[in-house]
Design a binder for this molecule. Structure first.
Ligand SMILES: Cc1cc2nc3c(=O)[nH]c(=O)nc-3n(C[C@H](O)[C@H](O)[C@H](O)COP(=O)(O)OP(=O)(O)OC[C@H]3O[C@@H](n4cnc5c(N)ncnc54)[C@H](O)[C@@H]3O)c2cc1C
Length: 472
């Protein structure tokens, strides 16, 4: 990297606040009071990200008389739900390619349920007047290397063979650059309907408000410390009070599950993003981004990027950092060396935007599992349900996961709980040092493949055969 270029990129970051742009909002609602006495309820939801908020809200929608309590260890939406890219995808399987390779027999059903789930998110946003800048603009996956063009075409043909390419369109270089102009774009695949963009924190806060309006009792700054069976129900200890609940839904994402055996299925992978200042009319015109789709490039180490409501560009991805031992630490949320790398890639993609500055740079932990899409289960004789493992594509899929948890707690077999994807689990990660070594080898191999025209080495081929992987 030439020193002059490095200086230029570093300068673009010199005023960047190390906090999520979405959470740095004067409209952030005040936290609900912590629990200070004993409580009891029909359903206790642990976790105030999308997963928990949807679970509590849908539980009330299904049965308004159900007595629902939600506890959140810090503030609703502070974690992944307030830090993500805001790509709200219909896919329940971390993309069609992953779903097709793992569940070819039920992919059509999974896609149908995913599309319905996204429609239901859109409807709920309207119904509860959630002001989260929801825009169903779709997403273009762009190719920046010739082999990625071939892969996108093959993907399109494969999905067409399964009758699933309906809303998609292949774009050549001119067509993709007519949508968003970067000299690095060689072509793209536009999914017109399967992705909406939104303001992530405002979605979480809006869901919290909707829960409160429906009568869910929400306690923030209330970590659930221990979960035990108690009579016919469950008991949860918090610092200042005990909650007795008939049933419990665990929506704790990458944080240590209160059901210990679930922990080995996920590892934290830190993902990072930058946000620019708002673009001027001239800057926007220079890149032409008229239809406001979300974009992602197609490398193994990929970037995702999009416009905000006030025409900033969010630019994230690429580095996926797994800390040895899978330890969650606040210090991992901030990674200047990744920011410098991301800024460099940003100006390579959009040289027209030279001089633009970043106002925010942040990171957050993703709950990666070895099959890249959520897994579900029950414990304590069916009185506890859990969902986790969304691996970087949980903005939309957590709503589906909420429905699954409620289905499981109801004990009824539904079209969701009948799915192989719901009935099976990913392979767990091995203990250290094997987990770290495996992840490091995979990351190194993926980076090599990106440089080598997409050619996968023996390690990746073996992992592919075993259906194992590492993604963010
Ligand atoms: C940088 C970044 C970018 C991303 N970009 C995208 C994207 O563009 N599109 C997409 O689909 N996905 C994206 N994701 C992933 C997406 O954000 C997550 O899948 C989703 O937010 C998960 O929601 P959740 O409710 O399961 O988890 P979280 O939002 O992490 O919520 C879990 C909550 O549980 C609470 N909790 C945990 N344990 C306890 C306990 N014992 N007691 C009480 N409370 C507890 C935590 O405090 C936390 O608030 C991204 C993630 C990151 C980090």
């Amino acid at each position: 990297m030439a020193p002059s270029a490095m200086t230029r990129w570093t300068k673009s970051l010199s005023d960047a606040q190390p906090v999520s742009y979405w959470l740095d909002d004067p409209g952030r609602p005040r936290a609900e009071p912590a629990l200070t006495a004993d409580e009891q309820c029909d359903l206790l939801v642990v976790g105030g990200g999308y997963s928990g908020l949807w679970t509590a809200l849908i539980a009330k929608e299904r049965d308004p008389d159900r007595d629902v309590v939600l506890v959140e260890g810090r503030e609703a939406g502070w974690a992944a739900s307030g830090r993500n890219g805001g790509f709200c995808a219909a896919s329940l399987t971390h993309g069609l390619a992953n779903g097709l390779s793992r569940w070819p027999g039920e992919i059509a059903k999974l896609e149908e349920l995913g599309a319905r789930n996204l429609d239901e998110i859109e409807a709920a946003v309207k119904r509860y007047s959630i002001d989260c800048d929801f825009e169903r603009t779709g997403e273009i996956d762009v190719a920046t290397q010739p082999h990625q063009l071939t892969e996108l075409r093959e993907m399109y043909e494969e999905t067409a063979r399964h009758g699933l390419a309906g809303g998609s369109e292949l774009l050549d270089a001119d067509a993709v650059r007519a949508h968003v102009d970067s000299p690095t774009f060689l072509g793209g695949l536009w999914d017109r309907e399967g992705v909406a963009l939104l303001n992530p924190a405002k979605l979480a806060w809006g869901l919290k408000r909707a829960c409160l309006e429906k009568g869910v009792r929400v306690y923030e700054h209330t970590p659930a410390l221990r979960l035990v069976s108690s009579g016919a129900g469950m008991a949860v200890r918090t610092p200042y009070g005990r909650i007795r609940a008939r049933q419990v839904a665990l929506a704790t994402n990458i944080f240590p599950s209160l059901v210990k055996r679930v922990r080995a299925y996920t590892v934290p992978v830190y993902d990072y993003a930058l946000m620019t200042e708002p673009l001027t009319e001239e800057q926007l015109a220079a890149i032409g981004w008229k239809n406001r789709q979300g974009l992602g490039d197609s490398a193994n180490q990929f970037h995702y990027f999009r416009l905000s409501a006030d025409n900033r560009i969010l630019w994230g991805g690429y580095d996926a950092i797994y800390p040895f031992g899978g330890k969650l630490r606040a210090e991992h949320d901030d990674r200047p060396e990744t920011y410098a790398k991301l800024a460099g890639h940003f100006f390579t993609c959009f040289p027209q935007l030279e001089g633009v500055r970043f106002t925010h740079a942040w990171g957050g932990a993703i709950d990666t599992c070895s099959r890249f899409s959520a897994f579900f289960g029950t414990a304590h004789g069916g009185r506890v349900a859990y969902a986790a493992g969304y691996t970087g594509l949980g903005v939309g899929a957590t709503r589906f996961g909420a429905d699954v948890m409620l289905d499981l707690l109801s004990g009824e077999r539904t079209e969701r709980t009948s799915l192989e994807m719901v009935r099976t689990k990913p392979l767990p990660f091995p203990p250290e040092p094997f987990a770290w070594t495996g992840v490091a080898l995979t990351k190194w191999s993926l980076a090599r493949a990106d440089e080598n025209g997409g050619r996968r080495n023996l390690w990746l081929k073996t992992m592919d055969k075993l259906g194992l992987g590492f993604d963010s």
